[in-house]
Design a protein around this ligand. Structure first.
Ligand code: AMP
Length: 419
């Protein structure tokens, strides 16, 4: 029987790893410059965490959760994280971190799980990187999170991206707005899809997330929340826009962005790329001022984003991350040297060099070919003659120059040449 990976998953193979590592290095560099610290919550949480926070009428929660039953009777099921914001906030609260400091700026990079219909740019296991700035309601933090994502995109090599921003107001202004939308939608209710008609009853603002073309077109003519926000929310948004201009970040206001999750308030934003096809969202985020308090934490504001690693790497196509070259490949010339080459390789590794040897007793020619294939910087060749004198022949694989040196000097020579 042959085995296949589950639909909607990818194998990230050794030749792709350098690109992933380069991405992570760049992202960590940016996060570090802005003072964000890493958190690593578990890959799965109690299902109720997502039901309570992401909102039980969102697509993610209604249709896309990977849920497994608990084996202990009476205990809630587990769900593999479809996103990380709820897990991060739970971790900050549960571990009492707000008693230590009022503001936490944290980041994460890792796999997420959503039971999607797989297509290009949309898989069931994918990776996100994101930040959460938790503990403040100040608009400049909204701007900071956008600047962080823009910096990562630029440094990774995503050239064409656009930032769209909007405001969703606070729960107070949203209540009044909800009524307006219901009224306008009610006039043409029968033209909407069945899910939207359900949304009309349960959570009317979700109508803006509908992927059905007719609904998307109808939603265009519904009132936009940005036109109905209160004076405080308007002032907050103005400060965000001002901050974006100060930071030199180009943006467009898109009053149709509401984001896919229920917990956002005030600022929401999305980064898109023209280098991608239909799935052109690189990442998005926003402010979620009622989530921390709602989860039993202090009543503090929070803002963050999540972006897709695969999407970003796709949009950054053409950016090369060369695989690291090994420093050495030790070659045994003749049977007597077989044992010695293993010992020599171990000594070189102990000296901090990276390299390999042939374990299969192949010919010198085959060993040399392998050294070439691996793109080793040096071949270290040892035969009976060299062994007797405690020497080795080292060959610079780039220019072909060979020299005979004392075994004790090999590590030092290669180490210096590498620098
Ligand atoms: P969301 O939390 O849905 O806004 O997702 C944030 C970002 O994660 C998106 O903009 C995408 O870049 C990425 N993303 C979300 N879902 C998927 C998926 N199923 N496959 C690949 N990337 C995804």
């Amino acid at each position: 029987m042959s085995h296949k990976r589950p639909e909607g998953t990818d194998d990230i193979l050794p030749d792709q790893i350098p690109l992933w590592l380069r991405f992570e290095q760049i992202a960590r560099g940016v996060f570090g410059r802005y003072g964000y610290l890493e958190v690593r919550p578990p890959l799965f949480e109690h299902t109720r965490l997502f039901l309570k926070t992401s909102g039980d009428t969102t697509d993610v929660v209604e249709k896309q959760m990977f849920t497994v039953p608990s084996r202990s009777e009476g205990e809630d099921s587990y769900t593999f994280r479809p996103e990380l914001t709820p897990g991060v906030i739970r971790a900050l609260i549960e571990n009492g971190l707000f008693h230590k400091r009022p503001l936490w700026k944290v980041f994460y990079i890792g796999p997420m799980f959503r039971y999607e219909k797989p297509q290009k740019g949309r898989t069931r296991q994918f990776h996100q990187f994101g930040v959460e700035a938790v503990g403040s309601k100040e608009p400049l933090l909204d701007v900071e999170t956008m600047a962080v994502l823009a910096d990562v995109l630029r440094e990774v090599g995503v050239k064409e991206f656009a930032l769209q921003v909007n405001t969703l107001g606070c729960p107070d202004c949203r209540e009044a707005y909800r009524g307006r939308v219901r009224q306008a939608m009610g006039e043409r209710l029968l033209e909407y899809c069945e899910s939207c008609r359900r949304r009309f009853e349960r959570n009317v603002l979700r109508v803006f997330d509908c992927k059905v073309e007719t609904c998307a077109r109808l939603a265009e003519s519904l009132p936009a929340i940005a036109d109905f926000v209160c004076a405080d929310c308007r002032a907050h948004f103005e400060k965000v826009l001002e901050g974006l201009r100060d930071a030199g970040l180009e943006y467009v206001i898109n009053k149709r962005i509401v984001r896919g999750l229920d917990y956002y308030s005030r600022t929401v934003y999305e980064f898109t790329s023209t280098a991608l096809g239909a799935q052109n969202a690189l990442g998005g985020g926003g402010r979620y001022d009622s989530l921390v308090g709602g989860m039993g934490g202090p009543d503090v504001g929070a803002v963050g984003f999540a972006a897709g690693v695969e999407r970003v790497l796709m949009a950054a196509k053409g950016v090369e991350a060369p695989a690291a070259r090994p420093d050495f490949f030790v070659i045994a010339a003749g049977e007597e040297a077989r044992r010695a080459v293993f010992r020599i390789a171990q000594q070189l590794r102990a000296a901090g060099l990276a390299g390999d040897l042939d374990y299969e007793s192949r010919s010198v020619k085959a060993q040399m070919r392998r050294a070439n294939d691996l793109r080793a910087l040096y071949a270290v060749i040892v035969g009976p003659e060299e062994l007797a004198k405690q020497q080795a022949k080292i060959k610079n694989m780039d220019d072909g120059v060979e020299r005979v040196v004392a075994l004790a000097e090999v590590a030092g020579l290669i180490g210096r040449a590498r620098e």
